[in-house]
Design a protein around this ligand. Structure first.
Ligand code: KG4
Ligand code: ZN
Length: 350
């Protein structure tokens, strides 16, 4: 089964050709191409949806051409691409509606043209499928039951998967997503978009040798006996601490962003680890923990999960499959082939 997958929900434009043999436990990526409009959003210090959608329009046909030429270097015809695949998959939401429409309308057109069915894919549900793609890092897939954190710019949620078909959402954020919190905090200390990599870089340069007691950030909902999380208050506390540290001069001004970035990552990590511990108590048979979404690219968070949960297999994707990509869309589709639809039934939602 060869699937042509398309992702265009936000600021990445991506296509991939994903294959799965009927009895295989993992999908294989035969070709993939991702374009990002991050450089444009850095100039405006955040995403302007209208601009992101225009970039999707510019990128969508080139990424399709790129995957075709990866599998057939001598032939970049669309007819040949459509002839080789059995099915399409497209991210239908959630996301920015202008961006989503570009991918969805492209998939509908290709489906009509090549007479291939489409599998509509929920972008958030697809992120964990980065762990079901064969790669040099992971030759075997996660085992069920597995706990799955999807932590991205738009979503933060914890689910338990008993199988590919049986999953239960345990909890999600009641306000901001972790990535959103990182992006906003980075802006407070002068960082550019996206904030996650900037916060990581600043935190790595903090040397916690100082003996003085510095203001700590809150760990929201740390002790609540459920799986809800909240990161909006943390963002506010971060801005307050930034001003306080400048006023009371506890630290040299140039050290303040490093300390706060370090403390922010500890606060986020403490909350995610605590909720994972709670989930492991509730589901002691858990065999794997999978962390996915753009924030899973964070090396500190990855270290903390490995440190705290030596008894289960921990999965973090490569950076390319943490942030938005089409391989995960194709991988999700390859495990949900019964969700094939006619192109007239496919619509974007946000
Ligand atoms: O999954 P993603 O690419 O897009 C959404 O579906 O939202 O996630 C983007 C988020 C941004 O908030 C970005 O700051 C964060 O992922 N991010 C990181 C890192 N790289 C990207 N957060 C922490 N550390 C990183 N290295
Ligand atoms: Zn995403």
């Amino acid at each position: 089964m060869k699937i042509l997958a398309i992702e265009s929900s936000c600021d990445e434009t991506a296509a991939a050709i994903v294959e799965k043999k009927s009895d295989a436990e993992m999908a294989t990526v035969l070709a993939e191409q991702t374009l990002t409009s991050i450089a444009l959003h850095q100039q405006t210090k955040g995403i302007i949806p209208e601009l992101a959608a225009r970039e999707q329009l510019k990128g969508i046909l080139p990424v399709l051409q790129a995957v075709q030429s990866q599998i057939e270097p001598q032939n970049n015809s669309l007819a040949s691409l459509l002839h080789q695949i059995d099915c399409l998959a497209v991210s239908t939401g959630p996301g920015l509606i202008g961006s989503l429409l570009v991918g969805v309308e492209t998939a509908r057109t290709l489906s009509w043209l090549g007479n291939n069915p489409i599998i509509p894919v929920n972008h958030v549900a697809a992120h964990p499928y980065a762990h079901f793609i064969a790669s040099s890092a992971h030759k075997t897939p996660p085992q069920f039951p597995l706990l799955s954190w999807t932590i991205s710019g738009g979503h933060t949620e914890l689910s338990i998967f008993f199988s590919h078909q049986q999953q239960r959402l345990l909890g999600n954020t009641v306000d901001d997503a972790v990535g959103e919190c990182l992006d906003k905090c980075a802006r407070v200390i002068g960082g550019e978009y996206p904030g996650g990599p900037y916060i990581q870089q600043m935190a790595e340069q903090w040397q916690p040798a100082t003996k003085m007691t510095l203001p700590s950030l809150p760990r929201p909902m740390l002790t609540s006996d459920n799986f809800k999380v909240s990161f909006s208050g943390l963002k506010t506390a971060f801005a307050r601490a930034y001003n306080q540290l400048h006023t009371n001069q506890l630290l040299p001004a140039e050290q303040i962003p490093h300390y706060l970035a370090w403390e922010l990552l500890h606060a986020i990590s403490d909350v995610l680890i605590k909720k994972t511990e709670l989930a492991l108590k509730k589901y002691p048979d858990t065999k794997s923990i999978c962390v996915s979404g753009g924030v899973a690219a964070n090396t500190f968070l990855k270290q903390q999960f490995f440190l705290h949960f030596p008894q289960v297999d921990i999965f973090f994707p490569t950076i390319a499959w943490s942030t938005d990509n089409a391989a995960m869309i194709g991988a999700y589709a390859s495990f949900h082939l019964d969700e094939q639809r006619d192109w007239q039934e496919i619509h974007a939602f946000c």
